[in-house]
Structures are given as structure tokens and as C-alpha cells.
Design a protein around this ligand. Structure first.
Ligand SMILES: [Zn+2]
Length: 641
């Protein structure tokens, strides 16, 4: 009996290892012990519960109806357990495409991505099946060795050793294979040249409207309701901006900032987990493997520690880090992987500044302004407090412009101090306040510093679309009250119009001298039955928007002259070129030369370097738990976690 258990457990672990290989395939682990421990961790997560459950079930069935499982003689429940485990695995993999569809509505991408997922799942099932078959076959050898009733003791003695060898050697062998496999993916450590401005340098102002989509904008443009955007388009270039799948902002923005895909920039989730004993934070892969859910539960039980992904997880330098290194002045207002704020020439207000201010002002953590990782230079934070207080409660007049509110709604406003599911007004208030803060504080700093490269991150549109699309197109959603439709049916479109007004101010600051890059990381669309209360989503990676305008941009340029459509990976090379910086050959995108004036391209052709250096070193902040929790809370409210 013990023989079979030992061998079966080892083989079960191997199956778990097989699954772990899928989960880990997109990771690059550089530390041997991290890799080893993480593999063990995942084996425990995936394999042991399944195996345990399988043994229980098999024992139960054996007890109830022995003739089902046992034919000639008493077989151990182990073999059956293994197959139950395999069946559970296959079942989980079969379920995964269904759970990840998110039911995109009336989209071409739906069919494509659905079959893509089916194909991916089929491949996984086949591979898991192969591993399981091998495991079962080996188990049956183990069983024969463990229960060789028909065999002589001599035969058993002679062959028993093989089971042990298989069980003991195969596991570590597979771990070594994983390790070597990961080692081959290690980035080369090569020296990068010192970065200098090598060509004509013209300033760039980049504005990110997270989640903005032409589907909403185009009708508004036609009706003349976004006049400032129309002016930009008329004097520049517009295009749909292709993006990556799955369409997750936490992966896409770093690709926009660095010009490298997720496998290279190192971000693949909204949350990173610190697992005990493992030095490096672990990000569950974006494919639905169930690992993110398990880790979330473990975090709730305080067995692992969760934090939002940040610049600590990013392995390559961003446009602003490169520009600053080359001596250009930069100005950053929020965005993914801006925290912890690295030293730059100019200013950097990280994603953690706003929640930090919120905690400080609400008095929940009175000492929070002492730490200096949220902004650079650190003394900025105190000045930002004033702008926070001015914008934290947007005026009822502004909110009335965005929704058809009555007196009762307005009275409730003060108590809606965070996003609350089922209360659209709480979302509206929160997103307006946050964008308003970024615009007001950002413009003050911009005017003060006059940066060569600047960025504004505005994500109100995304949050609003996730939660209020059901009121915009109630027929495409599930059970929507007509009173709410009357109130919030126009909110998304009105918000775009408000953003358009704000755009006027940014364009005015920039004057005629600055090239403007207005873009979104992905588009957005309605979903019939979205997960976590969402009625708008973008998981299938719909095209975002791209508008370029400025002294170096061709007016009336379009994508129709034979060049491939622009992709998020093309933004970094294009911006670096406009800034006069050399463009590294290892970036995956291209300079969008069809949008740039021919005389600029001829007068100052792109300079090349082989690669850029790594991002500047980072001081790890002391624990910033309260701010991390605040950010995770917001991500949860938006249905990302
Ligand atoms: Zn989103």
C-alpha cells in the first residue's frame, strides 16, 4: 500500500508540474531558488488538492460500490484518484475559455478570440492528457510493484527499485528542465551606450485617455461635439491604434512607454504577490489559469502579500527615463509603473500620489506625507495637497452636466466618497475628481517646468465605460432600469465632451511648438453579461485611438498609404525620434513615419543604437501598505481583481 501511495503522489506532483509549466511559460525567472520554490508552490496549489480529493472520492466509491472500480481483485484507489485528478484538470481547462470570453457583443474580435481561446484550450487539454496518460501508465507500474499479488516476492524485490527511481528522479529532472528553459530566456547583460540627443529635438506632449474608443468619439465628432479634438485631427493624423490581447491596461501602458512587449517589459498583471521565501514578487499570468483567484484567496488569508504592480516589476526603461537620462526635461502626471518615483530631470507625480493624498487628507494615516516615493522632487507632494482638496469633491454643477441628477442625488454626494457597486453616481464622482486633480495639478507643474516630454494619464473614460455602458445601450445589457437610463444614458458621451474641453487647455499650454500625441491603450465596447458588474469591457483588445498633431506632424496624413496600421508598440520609437533620441534596434515597433513631415525625416533621419541600458536603479520604499491597499481597493471596484 505505501509503495503505491508514494509513487502515485510523486507522479501526481509530476502532473501538477506539467500544469505549472503552462502557468509559468510566459515568465522569466532569473533566480534558481525563486524558480525552484515557485514550482514547488504551484505543485502544491495545483496537484495536492486534486490528488487528495481524488483519493477521497475513490475511497468513497470503493466503499459504496466496490464492483464499479474493482474487477478481479482489490485495486488501490490511487489509480482512480489520479484519473479523477486528471478529469478535474481537463474540466478546469475546458471551462477556462467559457469564463474568459466575457461575452463581447457584436464584435468581429469575438469570433476570432473565441476560437483562438478554444484552440489554446484544446492544445492545453491534449498536453495535460499526454502528461496524465504517462503518469497513469507509470502509476500502473507502481501499482503492480506495490500490489503484486500475482507476483512472487522475488519479482517484486527485483523490480521495485524502478518505481522509486522514476518517482525520485523524474521530478527534479523536470525542475531542472524548467530551470534550463528559463535560463535560455535570460536577457543578455550588455553595456548600453550613454544616451545623448542625436537629432533635431522637438517637444512631445502625450495625453492618455485610457479606454477611449472611436466608436463613441466618431459620432460626437460628426455632431460637432468635440471641436478641440476635431481641430487636432484636422491639422494632424488620426488612426485606430492596434493593441495587445488580452487588453489589460497594466500590460499595455508599459508597452506604450517602453516599446517592448510584456514578456520583455516584465508586467503581466495588475497585482504582484509576495510569496513567503520567494525573493521576487510573482505576477499570475493573464491567461485564466485559476492561479490569480487562488492567490487572491491566499492574500485574503494573509498567507501571501498583494500589492499593485509597479516600476519595481518593470525591467526596461520608459521614454521619460531615457529622455531624462539624455538631459531632456520631463513631466509625468500619473500612469502605470510610475511608482516608486525615480529621480528625473523635471517632475514625476506617480500613481501612488493621489491615494497617498487621499489618506493624508482624510486623516486615516496622518504621517503618510513623510515618505517621498510618490513624487519627484519629494517636496512637490505638500503642494499637491491643495489641489487634491480643491478637486476631491467636484461641484454638483459639473456632475449635473454629466448626468441628469435630481436634488436627492445631489444631497447624497458628500457620502459617496468611494466607488460603490450599484451606485453609478459614486463612480461618476470618483472618476471626475481623479481626472480633475490630474489636469489641475498637471497643468500647474507643466507651466512651471515647461518639459520637453510630458504625459497626462486620464482614466475616467475607462472607469465610466465599464460601469455605465448599460445605460448608454440598455438593449445590449442585462436588466437595466429605465430611471437609471434617463439619468446616466448620456454620461459617457458627455464625459468625452468634458474631456474635449479640458484638451483645449492642454493644447493651449503646449502652443504651436509642441507635438501632441493623444492616445488610448485600448478601445471599449458593451458586454451583455460582464463579470464583476461590468457592462462595458475590452478584454478582447479592441483598437484604441491615436491622434498626432504638431509642428513635426504631417497634416492630413492617414494610414491609407500602404503602411501597416499603427500599434501600441510603435508609440515609444515615434516619440523617441521626435525628441531627437536614438531609437534602439531591439524595440519591437517602428517609427510612424507616414505621420511625420517628410522634411523632418530627411533633415534629421533616425539615429540608431543597438539597445538602451536598464532603467535607473530604484530605492525600494519602506512599506507603503496603506496606499497599496487603497489602490487595490480601487482596482477591485473597477472589476480588475
Ligand atoms: Zn478598463
Amino acid at each position: 500500500m505505501q509503495w503505491g501511495i508514494v509513487i502515485g503522489a510523486a507522479l501526481g506532483a509530476l502532473v501538477g508540474e506539467g500544469v505549472a509549466l503552462f502557468v509559468l511559460e510566459s515568465l522569466q525567472w532569473t533566480q534558481f531558488f525563486d524558480c525552484l520554490l515557485l514550482n514547488l508552490f504551484i505543485i502544491v496549489l495545483y496537484c495536492l488538492p486534486g490528488l487528495g480529493l481524488g483519493i477521497l472520492l475513490a475511497s468513497f466509491i470503493n466503499h459504496l460500490k466496490p464492483h464499479i472500480l474493482i474487477r478481479e481483485e482489490r485495486e488501490p484507489p490511487l489509480l482512480i484518484a489520479l484519473w479523477v485528478f486528471v478529469a478535474l484538470n481537463v474540466y478546469a481547462h475546458l471551462l477556462s475559455p467559457l469564463s474568459s470570453v466575457g461575452v463581447p457583443y457584436e464584435r468581429n474580435g469575438f469570433v476570432e478570440s473565441f476560437y483562438g481561446m478554444l484552440f489554446w484550450t484544446a492544445a492545453k487539454v491534449i498536453l495535460v492528457g499526454l502528461i496524465a496518460t504517462a503518469a497513469a501508465w507509470l502509476t500502473s507500474i507502481g501499482v503492480q510493484l506495490g500490489w503484486p499479488r500475482r507476483r512472487s516476492p522475488r519479482w517484486r524485490k527485483k523490480h521495485a527499485g524502478w518505481g522509486w527511481i522514476v518517482a525520485v528522479i523524474a521530478g527534479p529532472l523536470l525542475l531542472i528542465v524548467v530551470w534550463v528553459h528559463n535560463l535560455t530566456k535570460l536577457p543578455e547583460r550588455l553595456d548600453a551606450p550613454v544616451l545623448k540627443v542625436a537629432g533635431l529635438s522637438s517637444p512631445v506632449l502625450m495625453i492618455g485617455w485610457d479606454g477611449a474608443t472611436w466608436d463613441v468619439i466618431d459620432p460626437l465628432l460628426e455632431q460637432g461635439k468635440m471641436p478641440h479634438l476635431k481641430q487636432l485631427i484636422d491639422r494632424g493624423y488620426r488612426a485606430p491604434l492596434q493593441t495587445i490581447k488580452p487588453g489589460l491596461s497594466a500590460l499595455i501602458w508599459p508597452e506604450i512607454f517602453t516599446g517592448k512587449p510584456p514578456a520583455q517589459h516584465g508586467l503581466q498583471a495588475f497585482t504582484a504577490y509576495h510569496i513567503p521565501l520567494i525573493g521576487k514578487a510573482f505576477q499570475p499570468p493573464p491567461q485564466r489559469t485559476g492561479l490569480a483567484t487562488i492567490l487572491r484567496v491566499l492574500a485574503r488569508l494573509h498567507l501571501v502579500q498583494a500589492r499593485p504592480t509597479s516600476a519595481l516589476d518593470r525591467r526596461v526603461a520608459t521614454v521619460w527615463e531615457l529622455a531624462s537620462e539624455a538631459g531632456l526635461k520631463v513631466g509625468i502626471m500619473d500612469g502605470y509603473t510610475t511608482f516608486p518615483a525615480r529621480e528625473v530631470k523635471g517632475y514625476l507625480v506617480s500613481s501612488h500620489a493621489y491615494p497617498r493624498l487621499r489618506l493624508a487628507v482624510s486623516g486615516d494615516s496622518p504621517d503618510v506625507l513623510e515618505e517621498a516615493y510618490e513624487v519627484y522632487p519629494p517636496e512637490l507632494l505638500v503642494g499637491l495637497e491643495k489641489e487634491y482638496q480643491e478637486t476631491a469633491s467636484p461641484s454638483p454643477d459639473l456632475l449635473r452636466r454629466l448626468a441628469d441628477l435630481n436634488e436627492q442625488d445631489v444631497e447624497q454626494l458628500p457620502e459617496l466618497d468611494r466607488m460603490i457597486r450599484g451606485r453609478p453616481l459614486s463612480y461618476l464622482k470618483a472618476v471626475v475628481a481623479h481626472d480633475l486633480f490630474r489636469l489641475r495639478a498637471g497643468r500647474r507643474l507643466w507651466q512651471q517646468y515647461q518639459p520637453d516630454f510630458s504625459f497626462y494619464f486620464l482614466n475616467g473614460v475607462d472607469g465610466l465605460q465599464h460601469y455605465t455602458w448599460r445605460y448608454r445601450e440598455p438593449e445590449k445589457s442585462f436588466r437595466v432600469s429605465s430611471a437609471q437610463v434617463k439619468k446616466y444614458g448620456q454620461s459617457i458621451d458627455l464625459y468625452y465632451q468634458w474631456l474635449d474641453e479640458q484638451l483645449a487647455g492642454l493644447v493651449q499650454d503646449a502652443s504651436e511648438q509642441v507635438n501632441i500625441v493623444l492616445l488610448s491603450d485600448h478601445g471599449h465596447g458593451p458586454v451583455f453579461l460582464g463579470s464583476k458588474g461590468k457592462s462595458g469591457d475590452h478584454g478582447w483588445g479592441p483598437d484604441g485611438i491615436l491622434v498626432l498633431a504638431g509642428p513635426q506632424i504631417r497634416s492630413g496624413a492617414s494610414t491609407k498609404n500602404g503602411s501597416p496600421p499603427p500599434h501600441v508598440r510603435d508609440i515609444a520609437p515615434t516619440v523617441l525620434y521626435l525628441l531627437g533620441l536614438p531609437v534602439a534596434e531591439d524595440l519591437s515597433g517602428r517609427i510612424l513615419s507616414e505621420a511625420i513631415r517628410p522634411e523632418r525625416l530627411q533633415g534629421s533621419p533616425p539615429q540608431r543604437v543597438a539597445r538602451y541600458g536598464p532603467p535607473p536603479t530604484l530605492t525600494k520604499p519602506r512599506k507603503s501598505d496603506s496606499v497599496d491597499q487603497e489602490i487595490l481597493e480601487r482596482l477591485r471596484a473597477l472589476g480588475y481583481l
